[in-house]
Ligand binder design. Structure first.
Ligand SMILES: C[S@@+](CC[C@H](N)C(=O)[O-])C[C@H]1O[C@@H](n2cnc3c(N)ncnc32)[C@H](O)[C@@H]1O
Length: 419
């Protein structure tokens, strides 16, 4: 079978695309609105030699910067970016109609981020315009496969919210039919599941919703890949233990005792790595990290100790989401979910396991599963945002391999039935 051709919508800095080329797909187009993420994508996946290591490829010189909201999303991306259709995408990447086998997309659904409140939709309609836009792109091309990734809350935030969002999406996908097919032949078979990236070998607990859709398939023919890892696998299980933080970031080619705020340069035998830099910390922050390390691992462990005065007032309220602020990352577990503030000690359990500093941008990228030499933006905010936003490449690789094998079965069945 030839490599499947995939378009990556909301491609960011290329987490999903990296997984797709590792799975042996050819990425024939990628679109996002965020300039720094697109620059990162281009440097690594269009210009770098990284793709030579993998069975798939990226076939274009640079990803397309455009607004993918199709006018639905009032917030839009501003900046006078063009709103585009799938025809525009084909034109930009010189593709024929019907040439794309797969659309992969992670339309951000900010309404469902676990860091924000959720609420039911008032009139049964998704208020998230980017999902509507995503469905319109699919309707225009009707690829064989659609891969979808999103926050876990779209499936499990509560009774009303998930049924509205996911039901609407599935209903639309069931009704999409190619002009050459009858409604019975058309529509997408699907599966949706919240998975933990750690169960697929990613050194990070990251719960995400994965959706796989295959055109013309029955729902039962579309499946989610079986987990390959577990916290404590049974002896007779074929699952491996979760990959730990130390497996990924305690390595010879990564210095741990950095001068705070300094980048690692000129280590004998290793190339300089500007992404291996940590944010600068105030002395008072370092004092607090030291105390937290001494008393346990979380600011809560300072309560009742002689260091209790170091607790920041804003973190006293346990319900404020600040539970894990300044926490020390355990080295013998997967990392916690990395966010767009994942190199910031005040934003989560993002303190290095053994050093009194935040993890570096390189360490964050490794814990997301990016290749060792993936170039990152030089501005701190952009570096942690593109990493925290990413889909773990290994997770999408496994989903993409699995979807291809399900698609082959569906196609085989169609040929047998037609004979
Ligand atoms: C979850 S991130 C995608 C991560 C990416 N797939 C990866 O694996 O690295 C969502 C992306 O959607 C982009 N985005 C948000 N609204 C957009 C819009 N209206 N048009 C285009 N891109 C948009 C953001 O810039 C962000 O990069």
């Amino acid at each position: 079978m030839e490599n499947l051709k995939v378009i990556d919508l909301f491609c960011g800095a290329g987490g999903a695309s990296t997984g797709l080329i590792r799975a042996g797909y050819d990425v024939v187009g990628a679109v996002d609105a965020y300039q720094e993420a697109l620059d990162t994508y281009r440097k690594n996946l269009c210009e770098g030699d990284l793709t030579n290591e993998f069975p798939g490829s990226v076939t274009f010189d640079k990803p397309l910067r455009a607004d993918l909201s199709q006018g639905y999303d009032d917030s839009g991306k501003g900046e006078n970016l063009p709103e585009i259709t799938f025809e525009d995408i084909r034109e930009n990447f010189e593709l024929e109609e019907g040439e794309v086998d797969v659309i992969c997309g992670c339309p951000p659904c900010q309404n469902f981020s676990s860091l924000r409140d959720t609420e039911p939709w008032p009139d049964g309609k998704p208020k998230d315009g980017l999902l509507r836009a995503f469905v319109d792109f699919i309707r225009e091309e009707v690829p064989d496969v659609v891969l979808f990734e999103n926050v876990s809350n779209i499936l499990n935030a509560g009774e009303e919210v998930p049924s509205t969002y996911v039901d609407w999406f599935i209903r639309q996908m069931k009704n999409i039919t190619r002009p050459s097919d009858s409604p019975q032949e058309g529509g997408y078979g699907y599966t949706f599941k919240v998975v933990n990236a750690a169960d697929y070998g990613v050194p990070q607990r990251r719960r995400r919703t994965i959706g796989i859709f295959i055109y013309g398939a029955e729902d039962e023919e579309v499946t989610i890949p079986a987990p390959t890892h577990a916290r404590d696998p049974e002896e007779d299980s074929d699952r491996e233990p979760w990959v730990e933080v130390q497996d990924r970031i305690f390595r010879e080619d990564l210095k741990t005792d950095l001068d705070l705020g300094q980048k690692q340069t000129g280590i004998d035998g290793y190339p300089d790595d500007p992404a291996h830099r940590s944010r600068r910390h105030h002395d008072s922050t370092i004092e607090m990290i030291e105390a937290i390390r001494e008393h346990g691992g979380s600011w809560k462990d300072l309560r009742g100790t002689n260091d209790k005065d170091l607790i920041k007032e804003c973190h006293q309220d346990l319900s404020s989401g600040a539970r894990s602020a300044y926490g020390i990352m355990a080295k013998d577990e997967p990392a916690p979910t990395l966010t767009t503030r994942c190199a910031n000690v005040s934003s989560g359990r993002f303190t290095h396991p053994t050093e009194n500093r935040a993890i570096t941008f390189r360490e964050a990228a490794l814990l997301m599963g990016f290749p060792r030499d993936y170039k990152l933006p030089s501005v701190n905010e952009h570096a942690e945002r593109v990493v925290g936003n990413a889909v773990p490449p290994l997770l999408i690789k496994k989903a993409a391999e699995h979807a291809r094998s399900d698609l082959q079965q569906v196609k085989k069945k169609e040929i047998t039935e037609a004979a």
